[in-house]
Design a protein around this ligand. Structure first.
Ligand code: AMP
Length: 296
């Protein structure tokens, strides 16, 4: 028999829901009882970056729902969908510290049944950066996030600024499609040595892990240049690329300076300019970014 749902949080009780209809029913019940839902969509294999998002939501909403779904349609044919780290038992233990109420972990066959034929596609902001090097990636992201929003019915949904373009794209989608959810971005959480936390960091060998610090070093270099009044984007990009390439196992996917809202490349640093980086370290693709503040 189905366990009655608890609207009052009871210690560490976490519901693990796989069934889409059950998740929808729960969310409706929660909302009908006047409770707010905070949502953190993820692909799992949690680290402290994910946990920070969950804690942020915990402090603002009655119920915290986290989804774990490795979304096949946002991976390209030669990307790491098959080997992407998955460990639901580890994740369920991990989320206890974050006060999560429901972990929604649907199956691929239920999210994308054989006759699935709809996609959500956002325009210009998806054309740059990762959108240029990963064709179709953001269509996969906006399609799954739309589905998850329809199932979970959140009041607020929180995303990390580590995936800056994803955050901008989802905000655009929510505005354009009049979705009644507030999208909030949260700062990048880093390891103590400065590497941005990522589920993909476990792919790195010891040598590659050391080389990955090149990302942070190159960001620091760009910040220093801007603090010394350098505003020529070509010069900054050149210096950042040189810093990255000083590590033999790093291959650059892109280094770009862009407008923080439109993501269009800029030639001169403005008061706020996004520095976005994507590199391959061995076969692992990592991204990082920071906002450069000119004249601050
Ligand atoms: P993922 O499981 O990698 O799809 O990430 C799920 C959510 O966590 C996304 O909104 C990411 O932007 C966010 N996230 C991933 N890594 C970090 C990090 N180091 N700091 C902050 N947020 C992160």
């Amino acid at each position: 028999m189905e366990r009655p749902f608890l609207f009052v949080r009871e210690g560490m009780v976490i519901q693990h829901i796989r069934d889409i209809k059950l998740m929808q029913k729960r969310s409706l019940e929660i909302r009908q009882h006047g409770k707010s839902i905070g949502f953190v969509p993820t692909m799992g294999y949690f680290h402290d970056g994910h946990i920070e998002l969950m804690k942020y939501v915990r402090n603002r909403c009655d119920l915290v729902i986290v989804s774990i779904f490795v979304n096949a349609i946002q991976f390209g044919p030669n990307e790491d969908f098959q080997k992407y780290p998955r460990d639901i038992d580890r994740d369920l233990k991990f989320v206890k510290q974050a006060g999560v109420d429901i972990v929604f972990n649907p199956e691929h066959k239920d999210m994308y049944p054989d006759n699935f034929q709809t996609g959500v596609s956002v325009g210009k902001v998806t054309k740059y950066l990762c959108g240029a090097s990963r064709p179709g990636h953001f269509n996969g992201v906006t399609t799954i996030v739309s589905k998850l929003f329809n199932i979970v019915k959140p009041d607020i949904a929180v995303f990390g600024e580590k995936d800056f373009q994803q955050l901008v794209t989802i905000k655009q989608m929510v505005t354009d499609l009049n979705m009644s959810v507030t999208v909030i971005g949260r700062p990048i959480v880093r390891e103590t040595d400065g590497l941005a936390m990522s589920s993909r960091n476990i792919y790195l060998s010891v040598e590659e892990r050391k080389a990955a610090l090149g990302l942070k070093k190159s960001i620091e270099l760009a910040k220093r240049m801007v603090s010394m009044n350098e505003n020529d984007c070509k010069k900054i990009i050149h210096a950042v690329k040189n810093e990255l390439l000083s590590k033999s196992c790093i291959k650059i996917d892109y280094v770009q300076l862009c407008d923080t809202e439109t993501l269009e490349p800029v030639e001169k640093i403005k008061q706020k300019t996004l520095l976005a980086l994507a590199v391959f370290i061995g076969s692992t693709r990592l991204i990082d970014n920071c906002i450069l503040d000119f004249g601050v």
